[in-house]
Design a protein around this ligand. Structure first.
Ligand SMILES: O=C(O)CCC(=O)C(=O)O
Ligand SMILES: [Fe+2]
Length: 277
């Protein structure tokens, strides 16, 4: 059985792999964003061509994901740069933080919208560690697709995974050695934020009601790596002249291959292996 959060709220990023910040955003602030999001969703559902697609990922109304809202709409600036969230992140990432990617995740109506057990960015183990701020715009309860998390599972490191092509959340982990019976639902009120380590094992149930469950998520990393998969890296905290100088004076960083190249090489290795078989 899954336990609710009544069990206690003293979770820490270090021990549990997640932390819950209550009441970070006000109702008024969220209502303004909800109105924007509702119209964005209805545009996305019509599948119109979007000029931004040359730079950013295409919105997927069929999957319940609108990508790169921070870059497209100034209203999301204050969500990404929220001082309470960034302050909490400095404890694990240090002073200097960049935004890695961001999106709205909502459960699309009338679709299979359960999300299987996974770790975020599991296919990118060569990149530096990331933390995700998962911001509830609506009530997120066990009936409306709350995240189910296995406390402490981030300590297992990157787990073996496989890809199910054609599926929305296509990268699935192998659960051997993961005690999913210890999972809990993280229920949130509008304005609450769940911050989690990308390695935290999590999933969410199919949502049966016809309501939208709006959650804005943004992931962050330290200056250990200045790389973002789309557009350009955006510094959201720190970035002082001193830390930039430290970085640019480091010969080791200059020698390090960019993860995008490492990924390309891995892909070539995999396709060569397939040719051989
Ligand atoms: O939208 C959901 O229910 C799950 C999304 C998820 O796994 C995530 O945002 O990391
Ligand atoms: Fe996830």
């Amino acid at each position: 059985m899954f336990l609710g959060l009544e069990m206690g709220e003293n979770f820490t990023l270090e021990e549990d792999g997640f932390v819950i910040l209550r009441n970070v955003f006000s109702r008024e602030f969220l209502d303004a964003r909800r109105r924007i999001l509702e119209s964005l969703i209805s545009y996305a559902e019509k599948n119109y061509y979007d000029e931004f697609e040359r730079y950013y990922l295409r919105h997927r109304a069929d999957q319940g994901v609108l990508y790169d809202l921070f870059q497209r709409h100034p209203e999301f600036d204050e969500m990404v740069r929220n001082p309470i969230i960034l302050e909490a992140l400095t404890e694990v990432l240090g002073e200097d933080i960049t935004l890695y990617e961001n999106s709205l995740v909502y459960k699309p109506k009338g679709k299979r919208n359960g999300v299987p057990w996974h770790q975020d960015f599991v296919s990118r183990p060569e990149e530096t560690r990331k933390f995700i701020a998962w911001c509830a715009i609506d009530d997120v309860t066990r009936d409306t697709g709350a995240l189910k998390v296995v406390p402490g599972s981030h300590k297992l490191g990157f787990l073996p995974w496989h890809r199910v092509e054609g599926e929305t959340h296509h990268d699935r982990i192998n659960l051997t050695g993961v005690d999913t019976s210890a999972a809990i639902h993280v229920e949130l009120s509008p304005g609450d934020v769940l911050i989690f380590n990308q390695l935290l094992v999590h999933c969410s149930d199919e949502m049966s009601t016809d309501e939208l469950r709006l959650v804005f998520r943004a992931s962050f990393q330290s200056f250990d790596e200045i790389y973002s998969p789309r557009a350009t890296p955006i510094v959201v905290h720190g970035g002082s002249a001193r830390s930039l100088a430290r970085r640019f004076n480091s010969p080791r960083q200059k020698e390090r291959p960019k993860p995008v190249f490492v990924r390309a090489l891995n892909k070539i290795d995999r396709s060569l292996a397939n040719v051989g078989s």
